[in-house]
Design a protein around this ligand. Sequence first.
Ligand code: SF4
Ligand code: SF4
Length: 475
Amino acid sequence: MELRYRWSALTHVFSRGGIHALYNSLKLRPIYVDGDVLALAQAFGGGATFSEVLIGASPTQSGKFQRAFPALCEAKILVDAESTDEDIIDFFRDHYLGHPYVSIAYFILTDACNLACKYCFVENRIPAGHLFRQMDVATVVNGLDFFGRLMRLVPAHFEEEKTIVLYGGEPLINIVALRVLLGEVAVRRSDGRFPQNVRINMVSNATLVTPEVARLLAENRVGVAVSLDGGATATNSARQSKDGTSVFDDACRGFDVLRAEGVDVGVSCTLTEGSLENFDATLEVLLERFQAKTLGFNILLSSDAYPLASGYDERASRAIIKGFEMFRRRNVFEDRMMRKLNAFTKGEVYPFDCGAAGGGQIIIAPDGAVGICHGYLGSRKYFMTTVDDKRFDPARDAVFVEWAQRSPLAMPQCRACPALGICGGGCPLNADHEGGSIWECDRRFCVHALATLEWLIWDLYRQMQDLGSTDDMGA
Ligand code: SF4
Ligand code: SF4
């Protein structure tokens, strides 16, 4: 008996200049066809056989469709009529979402900062009257013990890469804790309490960097992402010192010292109105002045303290894509786009866009409180224990278990979205801030994910055309 196929509800059509890209949102492999092949593929509807669909087709249409048919099935544009899309999504959800396992630890060495950047989502959410603190040595040690114990809860994952992120406030305010932490990590690596593969990264405004600090960071192979939003005008427009001196000049000096001392230094560029206004200049500074080889663009979180102009999400998305096109030509790695590009090119679903979603990270506050996301440092929502807790197990903690599932794969409103497989769900904190729940969509990232997907699909088409491999699908 002839098999019956159906048009998958996960299939989406992107059209441009008479070419149609048929794309299953979980298979992540576009098939480029012309209008004849599209019409015949859609004719399968909820279920039909190959012969039924070809009745009435001309020999030319029939020939094109027969050549395209195996690829349409392989790319899950057409699927077994007996299957259901609900079952397919559930299969992916069960495959990619599981128990939380912590492999990233943020150490908030202090919640204080020497700057007063207008958009800072940590400092702006700290309530009035808050007592700013520095992490003391005992908390550093207990925090590392706590992280080490969590690493061992699933022995099979112990040797996998772990990441410590030094964060603030401005982490370089607390040099005492920094020195202790770096020394303790080195000891734990060598005595086996930590795996060999522990990366240490720092996010810093770089204004407090000295040659001595830079040497300490270099010796301990700490990667530093310096917050710079472009050139002087762009950076100074939202990044501000408390005493009115230019942040850009100080940050440049710190950046140069870090590089001179051999630190692996990149740029963390928040896309403010200032950096978007003259984005070509922003790109030029990042590439020419800073010679950035690794960099990440940050899309601003919605904030009462730093309201965004209308159309910001779209402008930021276009800028990230434009930047990526330029960076790619120069072998520069931009993290945000690369994550989606990797998912797309490997055909592997990307379930989470941050370490908290997935339940893979802890935040250790200066006072030793432990939470899941540093954006809640001020409110302490989703902070559930302290570093002194010797029994904490994320797999049994309601917050971690909930966040471990926080992915578009488990969000009903995402099921019909073309970006389902490459999105990762954006930032749950922002979703919570805007919509009142981490289970809402982070709308800024929806704009970014959808624009990125469309770009990826047509970028691949251009590449295939260059290689002459788009002819046999009718495209
Ligand atoms: S929820 Fe948002 S702020 Fe928190 S770790 Fe994830 S991306 Fe960052
Ligand atoms: S979060 Fe937005 S872009 Fe991502 S899958 Fe859901 S609806 Fe699509």
